[in-house]
Design a binder for this molecule. Structure first.
Ligand code: TXA
Ligand code: MG
Length: 356
């Protein structure tokens, strides 16, 4: 595996230009190359080249019915791959691209490999807000299909080291661009005339989408229960039905007043430790002093949930490295990026949420 380093704050050096040339040539030649974006690292390949796309699925161990996001560097790369789309989608592109927003659009048949769309008649597209990613995609000259660059079921990579942990020896190249600024995957939406539906929450919030799209926003259906029918909502995005972001230890999310939460968690942790289990907690800076465990990991301050979003996946991987067997996490408020943070925490906990 070829490794290049391109610091985001110093990416116009001769070394950086050579790195972009080499990495983009590898992509054009059907290689699979991991690269940084503002959300998480992606594992990229030429979206038109079915063999290359198959190598991405194989490297990740990803189920083949889970479609990939196509990354573009400029709007002129959009027209060849999509059919006419809604005015709402156009407004969202104008407001948020480049940025951490993926829009599910009507696919132009045959424009990208059918393996990218997993046979759907839609294609998910995003233009990342990351200088190195944009230059790499532009230099490759083809749309780049890229899932997160982790082994399937592992937390998404927010640093190059995470990609190496998961994919060393399984991919052709890795562009190290330093730590990801957002740390959670993009918001994924359907954007139709009159409504936007959030398929996966992210750092672009429902309020921001409503303001930019000028229409109603339907909350994400991910794992959601339809309250009227009591039925599990049908997954609209195939990826939703898979377990994700799971640390090796069993995780429980605990919500309630801070003292009640720390009381509950410490009682459970003491019991687990007495049985010889290695324990971990994932807490706010403000309440960290109330906890004792084999690993006490601080996600960030309650007043800066974006910090928590940025550090979550690294913390989940740290628990694994420390051999932590039981993990408890404080629930976060749902405002702003908190909704996306809680969505990922809930998935990491396999849905185990205790209200105290
Ligand atoms: O931030 C991100 O989105 C990162 C970076 C690398 O761009 N990528 C990422 O890709 O998170 P991945 O493959 O881990 O997640 C893609 C999600 C999956 O839940 C997939 O099911 C959904 O997008 N998706 C892809 N194409 C779709 C489509 N046509 N319709 C509905 N959902 C789609
Ligand atoms: Mg992923």
């Amino acid at each position: 595996m070829k490794l290049w380093r391109i610091p985001e704050d110093n990416n116009d050096t001769p070394e950086a230009r050579t790195a972009i040339e080499e990495a983009s040539a590898l992509l054009r030649a059907g290689g699979v190359v991991a690269f940084p974006t503002e959300t998480v690292y992606g594992l990229g390949c030429d979206a038109v080249n079915t063999e290359a796309v198959e190598r991405v699925f194989a490297a990740k161990g990803r189920p083949s019915d889970n479609p990939l996001i196509v990354h573009i560097a400029a709007e002129r790369q959009l027209e060849p791959i999509v059919k006419p789309y809604s005015g709402t989608a156009a407004k969202l592109m104008a407001a948020f691209w480049p940025g951490p927003l993926t829009i599910v659009l009507p696919a132009r048949q045959g424009a990208v490999s059918p393996r990218v769309t997993a046979g759907l008649d839609t294609v998910a597209v995003r233009m990342p807000a990351h200088e190195t990613a944009l230059r790499l995609i532009a230099a490759a000259g083809c749309p780049i299909a890229a899932p997160s660059a982790n082994r399937s079921g592992r937390p998404s990579p927010t640093r190059a080291g995470h990609v190496q942990e998961d994919l060393e020896g399984r991919i052709d190249g890795l562009v190290d661009g330093g730590p990801a600024a957002v740390g959670l995957e993009s918001t994924v939406v359907e954007a139709e005339e009159g409504y936007i539906r959030i398929l996966r929450p992210g750092s672009i919030t429902a309020e921001e989408l409503a303001a930019a799209g000028g229409c109603e926003v339907i909350g994400h259906a991910e794992g959601a229960t339809d309250e009227q029918s009591g039925q599990q909502a049908a997954p609209r995005s195939p990826g939703m039905k898979y377990t994700h972001y799971a640390p090796a230890g069993a995780m429980t999310l605990v919500a309630g007043a801070p003292e009640a939460v720390s009381g509950y968690i410490m009682e459970a942790a003491v019991k687990a430790a007495a049985k010889g289990r290695r324990t971990g907690v994932l807490v706010y800076e403000e309440h960290a002093a109330a906890y004792e465990a084999d690993a006490v990991l601080v996600l960030g301050s309650l007043s800066r949930p974006a910090d928590a979003a940025r550090t979550l996946y690294d913390a989940l991987r740290t628990f694994d490295q420390l051999g932590i067997e039981e993990i408890w996490a404080q629930a976060w408020p749902l405002e702003g990026i908190g909704a996306a943070l809680m969505n990922r925490l809930t998935k990491a906990a396999g849905g185990r949420l205790v209200q105290v």
